[in-house]
Structure formats: C-alpha cells, structure tokens
Design a protein around this ligand. Structure first.
Ligand code: ZN
Length: 332
C-alpha cells in the first residue's frame, strides 16, 4: 500500500506531496478553491478551473501552480497521477495515484458530491486500494431529499416571496452554492442579483469555462420587483441587506435538516441544497472505489469509519485517535 502520514494534514512521503494542507508546504494538491482547502504552497497541483479561481480569488501566482486537465495522466517519480472531477463545485478534483512498480493505488476525494449539478463537472470515481474520503455528512440520518424536490422548494420559496411582495434572498457561499442557485434561477427565467463577492466568483467561473451561467448582475442595495438576491451568509447583517425592507431569507445548506437550523441561522427558511455527498452518497463512493482500506477526514470521521468496519472494510479516521502524528501502513 502507498504510505500515508497524518501530521496536521495528509502527506505522501514517497511523492513528497500534501493533500489540501492548511499551511504552506513545498508541494501540495489543492482539491478546490474553497478557503479551508487553500494555502500558498511553493508548488500546487490542481485542476485548470481551480488554477484560475486560485489566481482570481487568492492572488496565487501562475508560477506556483501546475494546472492539470481532468482524466489525462502524468508521471512523477515512480507514480502515475490523474485528476478526476469531484462534482463538488466548479473545478473540484479528486487525485488518483498509482505506484508504477507494483500498481498500488490511492484516491483522495477532497470534498465531493455524487449528484449531478449545473456548474460542477460530473464526478468520476476510479478503483483504488486506499481511499481517503471526506465524511462531512457521515451519519445514516444525513440523507438529502431528491434534487428535484430540493429545487422545487427553492422555486416555491421564491414564488411565495414574490406573491407577498417581498424580495427573496438566497444565502449560500460565494463559490459553489451561488453559481448553482444562479444557474437554477436562470433556467427558470427568474431575474437575479448577486452580492459583489458572488458576482466576482461567477465571472471567474464563466472565464474558466463553467457552463449554464449568465453574466452576473450585481446587487447594489436596491432590488427591483421580481428579482431574487443571492448573497453569502456572512453578509446577512450587512447594511445593504438590512436596508431591504420587505425581504424573506432562505439558507441553502445540507445542515438544513438539523433540528433548530432555522433558529440557529436566523432565517425565514432553510433548504437542504448541498454541494456535498449525503450518507448514501458516501456509501456509493466506497462501493465505486472498492478500496482495501479507507481513511476518513472531515465531519463524522469516526462514526463513518466504524460503520465501514462493521461491514468488514478496514477503515480509520485520519485523526480519530487524536494523535498529532499517525502513520498508515508504514512498512508496506
Ligand atoms: Zn468545499
């Protein structure tokens, strides 16, 4: 098996490569351009779309980035490396690694979503001996409704708001959720204004070739009748949004199904519109990759690993023992 070390981040010593480390490293794979996966490394492997977003969003210069097209392999040391779409947001990638001497293989998913989306490339799994996967929604009760049902909930919220002469405000991260919500509104010919942060990310996605997105219109504090506003959750208490007299807010989040979510977010509605896999999606990942061992990161790592072990699959949480340093199969 390929050796994996957990040391405040996942590291492959044979390749001298880190996966989504939070602090700058000599060489790292960045799975996607969400802030909690990004740092300024000396050298970064990522997808072509992510390279563009890293440049526009984090001003990471092109010399530090090695963009790779999806599905086409390259060789490094004694390893074949392939990036595969992760379906999470535009440009999100999984990295598949094969050691050429003995064909030992590894797949690191980063954040992923199995369900089709409008703006993320469709996910493509590949078989691997070692699967390192995210388990954000790792409990069996984390099961999202059908996509069509969730989208209908959003459209109903929007139409009901219009009927009450109120401006519907959809709250979601400026990269990912905002573009998905915008593409949905565009498909239904509903005029939409974007918070400047979401508008700027949308322009970068369009420049990187993301489909189904119209030129964004920016929200400047005024909402003409019949318009939806898309904004990141943290600006909910900003002057611009507070200045809107008649509005209804909806948080778009996979955590919408948690009891008390509406109260916690302080919104009128919560809708389970997620860019992650739910529990059945995580299981589908394991079934598709057919790994010999699984390492879980993010969210319900211990619970999901325990569930896999009960099914007869070797599985461990990367930081489950609360050890600062952890070696997986050091000798093999
Ligand atoms: Zn993410």
């Amino acid at each position: 098996m390929i050796e994996v070390i957990y040391q405040k981040g996942l590291y492959l010593p044979e390749l001298d490569l880190w996966f989504d480390p939070r602090s700058p490293k000599p060489r790292a794979f960045i799975s996607h351009a969400h802030a909690d996966h990004v740092a300024r490394h000396s050298s970064t492997i990522c997808s072509e779309v992510t390279a563009r977003l890293l440049r526009d969003r984090f001003r990471i210069s092109a010399e530090r980035v090695e963009p790779q097209p999806f599905h086409s392999s390259f060789t490094d040391k004694n390893f074949r490396i392939t990036l595969l779409p992760a379906g999470h947001i535009a440009g999100s990638a999984m990295i598949h690694i094969t050691r050429l001497s003995d064909q030992a293989s590894l797949l690191y998913t980063g954040d992923f979503k199995n369900r089709p989306s409008r703006t993320a490339e469709p996910i493509a799994f590949a078989q691997a001996d070692t699967l390192i996967m995210e388990t954000t929604f790792g409990l069996p009760r984390h099961r999202f409704p059908e996509t069509s049902e969730v989208e209908n909930e959003i459209l109903t919220f929007v139409r009901e708001s219009f009927a009450q002469n109120k401006t519907p405000v959809l709250l979601g991260y400026s990269l990912g959720k905002s573009q998905e919500a915008l593409a949905l509104m565009h498909e239904h010919d509903i005029p939409t204004l974007l918070h400047p942060a979401a508008a700027s990310m949308t322009r970068s996605c369009i420049a990187a070739g993301t489909p189904q997105l119209p030129e964004p219109l920016e929200f400047d504090g005024h909402a003409p009748e019949g318009h939806v506003i898309i904004a990141p959750p943290h600006v909910m208490r900003s002057k611009k949004l507070l200045g809107l007299k008649a509005k209804r807010t909806a948080m778009l989040s996979g955590w919408a199904l948690q009891p008390g979510a509406k109260f916690r977010y302080g919104v009128d509605e919560v809708i389970p519109f997620s860019d992650h896999a739910d529990h059945p999606g995580l299981m589908h990942c394991v079934e598709s990759v057919r790994p010999k061992r699984v390492i879980t990161i993010h969210g319900y790592t211990r619970e999901f690993a325990a569930e896999l072990r009960a099914l007869g699959i070797e599985a461990w949480s990367a930081n489950g023992n609360d050890q600062l340093e952890f070696h997986f199969n050091r000798k093999s």
